[in-house]
Design a protein around this ligand. Sequence first.
Ligand SMILES: Cc1ncc(COP(=O)(O)O)c(C=O)c1O
Length: 292
Amino acid sequence: MTAKAWIDGVIVDASEARIPITDHGLLYGDGIFEGIRVFGGRVFRLDDHMARFRTGLSHIALDLPGGIESARRVVLETVRAHATQEAYVRLIATRGEGALGVDPTSCSHPRLLCLVDQIELYPEEKLAAGLSMLTSSLRRPPADVLDPRVKSLNYLNNVLAKLEAKQRGADEALLLNQAGRVAEAAVANVFIVRDGELLTPPTSDGALEGIVRMTVLELAGSLGIPAREKTLGRFDFLAADEAFLTGSGAGIVPVTSLDQRRIGQGQPGPIYAKLRAAFLDAAPGMGVPAFD
Ligand SMILES: Cc1ncc(COP(=O)(O)O)c(C=O)c1O
C-alpha cells in the first residue's frame, strides 16, 4: 500500500508531501512527534499517545490550531486513507515557517503532519535469535539539557547511538545516563528479567514514557509476573536471565547479548515470549477503530 500523508489540510501520497525549507521543524528540530501502531484496523492506545503529544506540545509551548482533538481526527483520517489493517503512524507538529534564526516567535502557523506507512524494523530471523546490543559511548541527555521524556524532533543523540552500534557490528545501542545508569535503547525502552522478576529503569533515569513499556507493565500485572521500576546498570544486564526492548516501531524484541557477552542462555527467554504473545493478543483490542 502506498504511504499516505496528511499535510496542510489534504491527504496525498507521501512521496508528494513537501514542507517549505523555512519550516523551523527542519531548520532547528523545533517540534515534536508520536509514533503509533495500527493493529487490526485499530489505532493502538490512541488516547495515551495523544495525551503524551499534548504534554510535548505544552512543554515546547506550541499552540496547535484546533488542538489535540483535530490532531486525533487527522490520525484517524490518514489511517483510513492508507486503508490497511496493520500500519505505523508518524504524527508530527512543527513550529511552522518563520524567519531564519532560532527565535520561534517569528513562526505564526504551527504545522501538523501525519504519515502512515508500513514498518518492519527487524526481520523474523532477528526476532528468533535476539538482538545484540552495544553500550553506547553517548549518554542520554539529562532532563535539564533536553528532557528525554519529550519526543522532540531532536533525535541526533538517538541517531548517532544507533550508528555507532551498527558500525561496531551490533543491532542496537544501550544508552546510559550521566550517572552511568541505564536509560534506554536508541528508540526503545529496555527491560530485564532476573530471578523471575521483570525490571525496567524508571523514566526519571532518562527514558521516554513509552506506551508499549506501560502496556508490558500492565500485562505483567495481569499475568502474575512480578514487575517493577528499578535503577539498573550494565551489571544488571549482564547478570540478567533475559532482556528485551519495547517500542511502537520495534514492538517487543528480545536482546541476547550486550557488548558481545551473552545475556542469560543467549536466546529469547520464556518471560519475554509470554509477554510478547500476550501483547500480540491484547493489542488489537486496545485500539480506537479507524474504519467504523
Ligand atoms: C527514545 C525512545 N524511547 C522509547 C521509545 C518507545 O516508546 P513507545 O513505546 O511509546 O513507542 C521510543 C519510541 O519511538 C523512543 O523514541
